[in-house]
Design a protein around this ligand. Structure first.
Ligand SMILES: [Zn+2]
Length: 337
């Protein structure tokens, strides 16, 4: 860890044409000043809202996120992010909504698109990009809109990921720090396998709740979304942040399950929720018996200490799978802790 005073000294003798690694890892009292001296701002490149579709865990289907775009915008502004990229699964709806609400933070319209080869982030989009095509076709579609293509969590063991295919694609950037991947192995694999690639190195929170926004971010020179775009194209970005605390992930799963419980319950008493989310739509089409079974499952999950136990167990399983995956991908053990 380099101390911040050293970083400030360094900035006086050398104008920033790149972002030195010691700045990225310089945290503490002097950190905001260091960023200011280098004219660096923060952008979170990977965030989800309630329009992010559904996620399946065992026999239960949950909303991927229940965050209102307004709550994400408020948190991003409180955390003084310059740019927030909203990247719902296969939809730009959350970003379009957030854009109308933002004041001090600039919103970039994005989406996390499921391709046949793994997830891809499209930023600076103007329209939805359909899922289910090859990564090459999806990148072409992103570029045709004037957008940028980023590989999120490329070596994740539990999310759809591009893996070594990142070396063959016409990407603009690669996510080397994803705060929602708490295991250590996934981010280190990405950093190790991407160091020689001519791509922008970026970070994103992959936030599924407002509390997670800004836990990881991309550093860039300038102020605006257009400055961010230029920095990505010039490969002059870096990343920083901390893994999301387990308690925030547990709390997010409690809130998501409680929302599923509410939608199921209201539907069973013939007061269906119609809020435009995929979860409400799917529940409205379920048979009564399926709703009852799902409601019982959600209830069992919400009884303490079930959420905490499931959270700790899930964290352990992810870490262990990621360790195995890391060894397979990199042919070796971790070099940092
Ligand atoms: Zn994501």
């Amino acid at each position: 860890m380099v101390n911040c005073e050293y970083a400030v000294e360094e900035s006086r003798v050398a104008p920033v044409t790149y972002i030195p690694a010691h700045i990225v890892h310089c945290k503490g009292i002097g950190y905001p000043q260091v960023l200011a001296d280098h004219m660096l701002r923060k952008a979170d490149l990977h965030v989800h809202t309630r329009y992010s579709g559904l996620t399946r865990v065992s026999f239960l289907t949950f909303p991927d996120s229940i965050s209102h775009p307004s709550d994400l915008v408020r948190t991003a502004e409180k955390k003084q992010l310059a740019v927030l990229c909203i990247t719902d699964h296969n939809s730009i709806r959350g970003a379009v909504e957030a854009k109308k609400l933002a004041t001090s933070v600039e919103i970039v319209t994005g989406s996390e698109i499921l391709t046949l080869d793994g997830d891809l982030l499209g930023l600076f989009l103007t329209d939805d990009i359909p899922k289910g095509r090859t990564a090459e076709e999806t990148i072409d579609a992103i570029h045709a809109q004037g957008g940028l293509a980023i590989a999120p969590h490329p070596f994740s063991s539990h999310c759809d990921s591009l893996g070594l295919k990142i070396t063959e694609l016409k990407l603009d950037g690669v996510e080397l720090f994803n705060a929602a991947h708490r295991d250590g192995y996934t981010n280190e694999a990405a950093q190790k396998m991407s160091s020689n690639l001519d791509l922008a190195f970026v970070g994103g929170s992959d936030a599924h709740s407002p509390a997670m926004v800004g836990n990881a971010y991309t550093l860039f020179e300038g102020e605006s979304a257009e400055d961010l775009r230029r920095a990505i194209l010039a490969r002059k970005t870096s990343y920083a942040g901390e893994p999301t605390p387990l308690k925030d992930i547990v709390w997010m799963t409690v809130n998501v399950t409680a929302e599923l419980w509410r939608i199921l319950g209201l539907s069973l008493v013939r007061r269906p929720v119609n809020d435009g989310t995929e979860c409400a739509l799917v529940v409205s089409r379920m048979r009564t018996i399926s709703k009852v079974v799902a409601l019982m499952g959600a209830t069992a999950f919400l009884v303490p200490p079930a959420p905490a136990l499931v959270g700790v167990l899930g964290d352990h399983i992810h870490r262990s799978r990621s360790r195995t995956h890391f060894a397979k991908v990199t042919n070796g053990p971790r070099t940092t802790q």
